[in-house]
Ligand binder design. Structure first.
Ligand SMILES: Cc1cc2nc3c(=O)[nH]c(=O)nc-3n(C[C@H](O)[C@H](O)[C@H](O)COP(=O)(O)OP(=O)(O)OC[C@H]3O[C@@H](n4cnc5c(N)ncnc54)[C@H](O)[C@@H]3O)c2cc1C
Length: 357
């Protein structure tokens, strides 16, 4: 290793992956500064009295083979069923690699898991993403279904010509009634902005291939037991409809705790409780970062040869000492960040029942 140093801000997935890659592919030493005392950013798994709670269920799924291989390189996919796989009679595509791990014997393993997400709406549970099945139709009732059907047909024959907002985008694809029923409130709650204030390009990017016809096709495939995916790649499945995914035995945080361990083992440094407060700038380049130690309250300057930031863009831009164009500073100061609340329920006993895939 030579004496070149990369200063990395944040020990979330991005910062840790960058550090790992630098150690694998270069002779630059990564030095991570992490504001909190926890590894994994919003992908962490919180350990509460030995109960591991994710900050939102995290699916390890990507259509990029490179990303999938990267994760599988850290934790290989299970080669035999876990005790709950057996208990629930799950049929999962086990890895056939000769050294594929047994989840009952090792913790360093990716499990193969099915997704269950639901929306509580009209005091009833609806599958998310919405799936067209008998339960959904009986939850909605005949009148609502009729309205959804007619408004969908209307949207086919009389579409909004110029889509000016996400609302227009969704109405054109799902009909106004379905949009009002499921998408309008949900999107506003998740993103904090009403759909008529969001540009249509956002919808095109997030749910580009999803439509009623695709949802119908998926429902028909499910009826004949061919919905979802037969393989872990699920290349032909729309991302929002992905039903199965890899999941580290002890949650997403386990992945990042392991990567942090490997980074340190290979000579990288991780400094916890150190917040980057400002960025020094000289001759068009970053010249150093100001780091504050949460325990002592002291601040000091850290210099490196390379800088990688995974901190919020707003803080990054406003943290520059000089040289930020006014327009950029204005946009950065108006970026919105949302609070997020996760409720973990601890139960004394769990009566497990099989959920149809
Ligand atoms: C509810 C929910 C569900 C999700 N589900 C999935 C999923 O199923 N699959 C998936 O792939 N992704 C999912 N994601 C997205 C995933 O969590 C993020 O893409 C990922 O965590 C981003 O990683 P990051 O390292 O860029 O940022 P972060 O995870 O935000 O990490 C940034 C780190 O930098 C630190 N930091 C910030 N400012 C400073 C500073 N000034 N100085 C030092 N350190 C700083 C933070 O403390 C944090 O540890 C989900 C996210 C949420 C919220």
């Amino acid at each position: 290793m030579n004496d070149k140093r990369a200063i990395i801000i944040g020990a979330g997935p991005a910062g840790l992956t960058a550090a790992f890659e630098l150690l694998e592919k270069s002779d630059v030493k990564p030095i991570i500064y992490e504001a909190s005392y926890e590894i994994g950013g919003i992908s962490k798994t919180v350990n509460y009295k030995n109960n591991r709670i994710d900050i939102g269920g995290h699916r390890f799924f990507s259509k990029s083979d490179r990303v999938m291989d990267w994760w599988r390189n850290i934790f290989p996919v299970q080669g035999s069923p876990s005790c709950d796989d057996k208990l629930l009679g799950r049929e999962i595509p086990l890895s056939t690699a000769p050294d594929a791990p047994d989840p009952e014997k090792t913790d360093k393993v990716m499990l193969w898991r099915s997704r269950v997400s639901r929306i509580l709406f009209l005091r009833k549970f609806f599958d998310y993403p919405i799936s067209l099945n008998f339960k959904m139709l009986s939850n909605l009732g005949l009148i609502k279904i009729f309205k959804i059907g007619t408004s969908y047909i209307k949207s086919i024959f009389f579409p909004i010509r110029t889509e000016k907002s996400l609302e227009d985008f969704m109405v054109n694809r799902f009909g106004r009634e379905l949009y009002r029923t499921f998408f309008s409130d949900y999107t506003e709650k998740v993103w904090g902005v009403p759909c008529d204030h969001i540009k249509p390009e956002w919808g095109a990017q997030r749910i580009k291939g999803l439509s009623i016809s695709k949802a119908l096709l998926d429902a028909v495939k499910n009826l004949f037991g061919r919905g979802g995916a037969d393989s872990i790649d699920q290349k032909d499945v729309e991302t929002t409809l992905i039903k199965q995914f890899m999941y580290p035995k002890y949650g997403p945080g386990q992945m990042w705790e392991e990567v942090a361990r490997l980074v340190q083992e290979a000579g990288g440094e991780i400094h916890m409780g150190r917040q980057v407060r400002g960025l020094r700038h000289r001759d068009g380049k970053i010249a150093g970062v100001d780091v504050k130690d949460a325990k002592t309250g002291e601040s000091y300057l850290v210099e490196g040869d390379y800088y990688i930031s995974t901190m919020p863009v707003k803080d990054l831009v406003l943290g520059f000492d000089t040289g930020v164009p006014g327009e950029v500073a204005d946009v950065a100061s108006e970026l919105m960040y949302r609070d997020f609340m996760t409720v973990g329920l601890l139960t004394k006993k769990l009566k497990i029942k099989t959920i149809p895939a």
